[in-house]
Design a protein around this ligand. Structure first.
Ligand SMILES: C[S@@+](CC[C@H](N)C(=O)[O-])C[C@H]1O[C@@H](n2cnc3c(N)ncnc32)[C@H](O)[C@@H]1O
Length: 715
């Protein structure tokens, strides 16, 4: 992400600024406090920061920020005391395909803080060093911070393991907070009803519609949104005669689009995930940034030492919550977090709290062989490396070359010595180039609907085509991920699939698809406890595998983390050699082809996985996994062949009739040496029954291989 976007993200969206009156009273209070603080002099701000450190220290029983979800009190105070924390360019590793993200690594501080702040921060640092030191000293003297950074923060496995107890505690706390917020919101709605003296009879929300076309009065719009939600909650009593639920929903969606700036298409998609009331909370949460979080790099330091070093620089921070032993939530920083000596020395990385979760679910072990399929800029790769204590191997792959450069930068900075970077399209590269991994992480490219607060462009940039093309690619990648895992791994055999999107199309639907295509995997518990919400087991009439409830969903308005999805799969049997990685139906492919660059490469690639040993011997068609889906295969094979010919500069229509059944060597366009043989032979398949095709395919493949070998030998 660029500096500009970081700056935008740090502040509220200008058009909503004036009218943004939170539904929660506590936020009103915070806004007032914030305004008051804004006029304070810089030294005053500095002393505020010191005060806060002292306050925290003086309040040992104060509840801490959990899971990046602040406690109620903290949420109230946070907007006022937080000033924009400079974000490092590595901060959000989850936004897809941003090639320049790491090009701006060194410029991070420039756009994030004004120069005065920086100078002041530095001079203050010099002036106040002894003072800060004393704070740290006193901290060591039975200070509450002792409890925050307890002695158990060693580099042990246990430190990294998420305990169910911690998670349950956190979950309970979040539930309580959420309930309180909902009660407040409900109260506000009731107050609004009393103000209008219309108890038992809802307001006429349709009355203002005549004003359409004029610039909207955002306050009125907001009022109408809350009124409509209230009416929808009790349509029978509050609804107007002759007005249907659909009409109210239509009005509400239109208002949400106008108020928050979404396209109708996306607003509807997101709205449908929740009740109207909860959808409102979700859209609201997307207007405010999530807490800034850094992850301690345990290959270089430990959290206690890092926290002390940063506190000495005037950074106000706390442990992110008991669920993580490496996360620190930063409330305020007088220095750019992407340019501190500790940052440059690789002691931490800016990483969204939700981004820890897939790696925790993956739980890579020392000495394992792991793959991070879509790794750049490396927040998760470097965490994997740290959990593996720089042993074993992590293959960190990314299809984007510029992003892969950023990945390399992070790997060096954080001192990951067990990591190899590759720059390949994971759909084709794995398991062909490499396979047999103990664990694979697929943090898939996605639409980014979980990180709208970071990238508001998502509100208008994602269209229907994206929601066909991107899930299509996700399915391909996840099949490749599964095929790349060694089901016989003594320590692993796991795949973790994650996205920073909240839509069902990119999450449960993708998992459901691969369950159908790869019955040799099953969903297992993520190990993330009750933190987050269970994945959907049904959605809009569509039923999913019952175990989908073991997958986890995270939402900005529920957990105060970026929207995220995590699914853990265990491979229980070999992937059949004959099973192509991409088996999307023709119906799914068509829009995808037209849709995106990712999808456009779809046709050009044969994704047939290379079998390993026993997998080669697996007779898929007659085996445990059922028959080929002939229509899909036929279409895929024909398409692949046409594309192969086109790549050769040949007209498929012109050359096709010349081909002879079963004789690969007589093809007019000979596949190049590096082209997969399966592709060359599969074109014969459509005209045969699946059994015939299978038999012939094997025969031809073998003869082809022999022929190739002979050619090689001759050369
Ligand atoms: C959500 S980001 C990954 C973030 C990363 N896991 C982290 O934690 O820093 C998705 C990444 O997928 C990469 N990508 C997209 N298509 C790909 C493909 N076909 N093969 C491999 N990587 C791909 C993008 O370049 C992008 O860096």
């Amino acid at each position: 992400m660029g500096v500009g976007r970081r700056m935008i993200k740090q502040g509220p969206p200008p058009p909503l600024d004036e009218s943004k009156i939170s539904i929660l009273k506590k936020r009103k209070a915070a806004a007032a406090e914030s305004a008051a603080k804004a006029v304070a002099a810089k030294k005053r701000r500095r002393s505020d920061a010191e005060e806060e450190v002292v306050t925290k220290k003086a309040a040992p029983k104060k509840s801490k920020v959990n899971g990046a979800a602040t406690s109620k009190t903290e949420k109230t105070q946070a907007p006022a005391k937080k000033k924009p924390v400079p974000m490092d360019s590595s901060d959000e590793e989850d936004l897809e395909m941003e090639d320049d993200e790491f090009d701006n690594l060194d410029g991070v501080s420039e756009g994030s803080m004004d120069s005065n702040d920086q100078v002041e921060g530095l001079s203050d640092l010099e002036d106040d060093e002894p003072e800060d030191d004393s704070v740290v000293d006193s901290d060591e003297d039975n200070h509450p911070r002792e409890t925050m950074f307890s002695d158990d923060e060693d580099l042990s496995d246990a430190e990294e393991r998420l305990t169910a107890a911690n998670i349950e505690g956190l979950s309970r706390k979040l539930d309580a907070e959420r309930q309180a917020e909902e009660e407040e919101a409900e109260q506000e709605l009731q107050d609004a009803a009393m103000q209008t003296n219309i108890a038992g009879d809802g307001p006429d929300v349709f009355a203002d519609q005549a004003q359409q076309g004029l610039a909207p009065d955002l306050q009125l719009l907001r009022q109408r949104i809350t009124d409509t939600i209230r009416i929808l909650g009790d349509l029978k009593t509050l609804g107007q005669a002759g007005k249907s639920r659909a009409e109210y929903l239509d009005l509400l969606l239109g208002d949400i689009c106008t108020y928050y700036g979404y396209t109708r298409f996306l607003a509807e998609k997101l709205f449908n995930l929740f009740t109207p009331m909860e959808a409102f909370a979700f859209f609201e949460a997307n207007e405010t940034p999530r807490p800034v979080v850094i992850r301690t790099n345990t290959l270089r330091t430990n959290r206690r030492s890092l926290a002390q070093a940063l506190i000495n620089r005037g950074v106000v921070l706390e442990p992110v919550g008991k669920w993580s032993k490496v996360g620190l939530q930063v409330f305020e920083s007088p220095v750019p977090l992407g340019a501190t000596p500790e940052y440059l020395a690789g002691h931490y990385i800016l990483q969204a709290a939700s981004s820890f979760l897939p790696v925790m679910a993956l739980a890579p072990q020392p000495n394992e062989r792991c793959l991070d399929m879509a790794a750049a800029p490396g927040g998760k790769t470097t965490y994997m490396s740290a959990l593996m204590r720089n042993t074993g191997t992590v293959i960190a792959n990314d299809a984007s070359k510029p992003r892969a450069k950023g990945l390399i930068g992070n790997i060096h900075r954080l001192g990951c010595k067990n990591t190899i970077v590759t720059n390949m399209d994971a759909r084709t590269a794995f398991p062909k180039a490499m396979g047999g991994f103990d664990r694979v992480l697929l943090d898939a490219p996605c639409t980014g609907t979980g990180v709208i607060s970071k990238d508001p462009g998502v509100k208008t940039s994602k269209n229907e085509r994206d929601f066909l093309a991107i899930p299509h690619m996700q399915r391909q990648l996840l099949l490749a991920a599964i095929d790349s895992v060694d089901h016989n791994s003594k320590t692993g055999g796991y795949v973790v699939y994650s996205t920073c999107s909240v839509t069902v199309e990119e999450n449960e639907s993708v998992v459901q698809y691969v369950l159908r295509k790869r019955p040799n995997v099953k969903i297992v518990d993520t190990g993330l406890g009750n933190f987050g919400s269970p994945g959907f087991i049904s959605y809009m009439g569509k039923k999913f595998d019952a175990k989908m409830a073991l997958t986890r969903r995270y939402f900005p308005h529920r957990e105060n983390v970026d929207g995220f999805y995590v699914c853990k799969l265990k491979k229980i049997g070999p992937t059949p050699a004959a099973k192509p990685t991409d088996e999307t139906t023709a119906r799914e492919r068509r829009p995808a082809r037209a849709g995106s660059q990712a999808a456009s490469t779809d046709d050009e690639i044969d994704r047939t996985p290379i079998g390993h040993g026993e997998e080669d011997a697996m007779d898929f068609e007659g085996g445990a996994f059922g028959p080929f889906e002939e229509t899909e295969d036929t279409d895929r094979i024909e398409r692949a062949e046409r594309n192969r010919l086109r790549r050769k500069g040949l007209n498929p229509k012109a050359v096709k009739p010349k081909k002879t059944k079963g004789d690969a060597s007589k093809k007019p366009a000979e596949p190049s040496q590096e082209e997969p043989k399966a592709e060359a032979t599969k074109k014969e398949e459509p005209k045969k029954s699946s059994n015939q095709a299978k038999g012939e395919k094997k025969t031809v493949t073998k003869s082809d291989k022999k022929e190739k070998k002979a050619k090689k030998a001759a050369k």
